[in-house]
Design a protein around this ligand. Sequence first.
Ligand code: ZN
Length: 148
Amino acid sequence: MELARHWRLRRQRYTLEGERCPHCGAAIFPPRDVCPTCHQEAREPMTFSGRGRVVAFTTVLQPPDAFTEQAPYVIALVELEEGPRVTAQLTDLGDTQPYVGMPVEMVTRRLRTVSARRGIVLYGYKFRPLLRVDVREAAQAAAHQAAA
Ligand SMILES: [Zn+2]
């Protein structure tokens, strides 16, 4: 029952919901109900910001069958602001070359078609180059220009 599994994972995939350990405060993603740091029960839901940085990446030229229509594509190890690392596809790169340290943010995108005949398409998270301007940096830049 593949659909049931996708349904169970929907919060994790669509909203980057993980867990916060009530014992040591560790941020946990993906959720696993046991803290990997202190090994105690951790079931407090925590929604991650979706922002992070690329730690490593590679271009996939020979994908598994379900992903052939998207190849070539970039898979990256992303360290989330809150600490955990996740592996996901980079998207919306345009002419931008990925690099280690690149700021990225989560977006929901089509992952693959589960059944074209039944019209079942699987969505989940990918990461794109960070678009949002840091408000404080923008204000400082504007103040700096005004003073010049
Ligand atoms: Zn813990």
